[in-house]
Write a protein that binds this ligand. Structure first.
Ligand code: OAD
Length: 248
């Protein structure tokens, strides 16, 4: 049976009508939206955290201990993501933005696929795997080329360069988070796609929206801690559900 057969079509129609009527929409995405593009998720079947230990690869301590090892992992992930293309889920969100007066896309993903799909108002809460930041001078750079030597060094000060992503134990960019909370508090519909909602502040963004009166719509292949509280919990792959959800 494919995922769509399990979908409740009445819920889909009602959720679609909420989206159709909303002037203000905020979306929160997680790794699941890129799964159909071939980017591995973190948890669940085939998830990265099943085979790798986060504390050895995605913490500031790990980087201090062994920057080369951390970079090898990030270089591997960059190579893997470099060939990936946005899927119909990413494209549907870009299309929805075009016709929604107030639209904010809050993502936990670092893969850059939303921008490639044409989304514009994107808040990358966990940074971007395509950007780097110098640990010494703070200089930032963007690029997709692999480095000849790891770990890379800052062209300005020769300091160590790190991926410009948020690691476990690190604070999120406050300004970005403030914009995400503001968008969540002001939207009419909050759409949460492909996230386990286990990592803060993702879940908080969704709760905040609901508390402020937004309709909470979830799209996921399995239930999450949000499902019971969401007005609509649409079960199925986002690459198939989102195009249906934004149909006029
Ligand atoms: P997770 O890997 O925790 O969760 C992925 C979610 O996507 C799960 O709920 C899956 O059921 C769902 N999913 C999988 N395939 C899907 C599909 N085709 N359509 C819809 N849903 C699907 O990923 P995140 O919630 O993004 O942080 O994880 C949050 C953060 O934890 C990540 O940003 C990362 C990680 O550690 C950092 O690296 C700081």
């Amino acid at each position: 049976m494919n995922g769509i057969n399990q979908l409740n079509h009445e819920s889909l129609a009602r959720a679609r009508s909420e989206i159709f009527q909303a002037d203000g929409i905020a979306v929160l995405t997680g790794a699941g939206i890129s799964a159909e593009s071939g980017v591995p998720t973190f948890r669940g079947p085939g998830g990265l955290w099943n085979n790798y230990r986060a504390e050895e690869l995605a913490t500031p301590e790990a980087f201090r201990r062994d920057p080369r090892l951390v970079w090898e992992w990030y270089q591997w992930r960059r190579n893997l993501m470099a060939e990936k293309k946005p899927n119909p889920g990413h494209l549907a969100l870009a299309e929805l933005e075009e016709r929604t007066p107030d639209f904010t896309l809050i993502t936990q993903n670092v893969d850059g696929l939303h921008a490639l799909a044409g989304s514009r108002n994107i808040l990358e809460l966990h940074g971007s795997i395509w950007r780097t930041r110098c640990v010494s001078c703070g200089g930032k750079a963007a690029g997709r080329e692999p480095w000849p030597e790891l770990p890379p060094r800052c062209p300005t000060c020769r300091g160590l360069v790190r991926p410009d992503v948020v690691w476990f134990g690190e604070a999120l960019n406050e300004a970005l988070l403030g914009r995400a909370f503001a968008a969540a508090s002001a939207c009419r519909v909050m759409l949460v796609v492909g996230t386990s909602a286990l990592v803060q502040p993702a879940a908080t963004v969704a709760w905040l929206a609901q508390k402020a009166g937004a309709v909470l719509i979830e799209v996921n292949v399995e239930p999450t801690p949000l499902s019971a509280r969401a007005q609509f919990s649409l079960m199925g792959p986002s690459g198939r559900i989102l195009p249906l959800l934004i149909e006029k």
